[in-house]
Write a protein that binds this ligand. Sequence first.
Ligand code: GLA
Length: 413
Amino acid sequence: MRTGVIKKTAPAAGLATLLAIAVIMACGPGIERKEAAAEKMVAEPVLAPTPPMGFNTWNKFGCNVDERLIRETADALVETGMRDAGYKHLVIDDCWQVSRGADGRIVADPARFPGGMKALADYVHGRGLAFGLYTDLGPKTCEGRPGSLGFEDLDAATYAEWGVDYIKVDWCNADDLDARVQYTKFHDALRRTGRPIVLSICEWGRNDPWTWARGVGQLWRTTSDIGDNWESVAWIINANSRLYAAAGPGGWNDPDMLEVGNGGMTGDEYRAHFSLWAIMASPLMAGNDLRAMTDETKNILLNREVIAVDQDPLGVQGRVVIDRGYGGQVWLKPLADGSKAVAFLNLAGRELDLYVRWSQIGIPAGPARVRDLWAHKDLDVHTDTGKNFDERFTVKVPAHGVVLVRLRPGLTP
Ligand code: GLA
């Protein structure tokens, strides 16, 4: 099962090929060129109409990956309700691969993955999830495992045979390459397999992927690696916030995987991290141990109202509309139903009162319904006639915390 794949791809392309062959056989080679050209024009499927969601091994487990962890994580995704909340892609990051065979094929670590990748992918698919792997554009991955340089077609074909639905492609040992050319080569190799495979571009924003990656991959990292601490999260929010114009259905800025639940931040900090990823329409790839989550972690990762902000079909990356300078920011993300998600972010180390006027966020003067997406409750209808200063909508925001609301103008339900 694949998230958001518009089913028009492999079967349709297969049918097109059969038809093309039939026509060629019936009409001779003159038609062949026209048919081949027509086939090339089969539209590329939209693989990520909303930001991809799932789990990736790296943040918590690093190189300590094996098939038991993957099976148990697949089970946990189902049992915790995460799969049904949208976390569909189960991705093994670096270190699953050890060598290449005599035929050049990539070899999964036989000690850690004795059943092989095909069987593991089958298991993951059997749980209603999608299966993802990791490689590198250069000759070696960041952890020194074999990379894909020169093996793009063979690797893509191998992934397709195994049933891979998502491939993260890293940038270590690749600085001499042209990122756009090489990622396009990888994209084309994937496309030739006929299997829809999400391409996660991971060159850390080195080559401004927001200017060229749409149509090459479905998500592109915008920064260096996240750490499980507030300084890292705040730094990434700032860097990623400027790139909002590049995001939209089919292609997303990727400020890196989640650290929620890994223990280095407070509950307020993790709620702010998750809320800001949602308001920035970021991919939501959990990076914690899903087999052992506290209630607080579950309440964050499984907050469906916040996930709905992230996954909103309008696909707009929210942005800062008010920056108070002393660490208080107001963020706005317009949603498909005409309502607006508004995040009050406190980057300062002390509690702040933050406020907004309806006119500052494009809401007509008058009443608006306000729902608090962490308290899960409707607040009183708030009226801002635009006349009196004390009509501004004000919230108290804890240090390194957030208040996230959904505003609906007017009083009609
Ligand atoms: C890079 C990537 C990380 C992770 C590691 C694996 O640092 O940015 O997300 O994939 O490599 O080695």
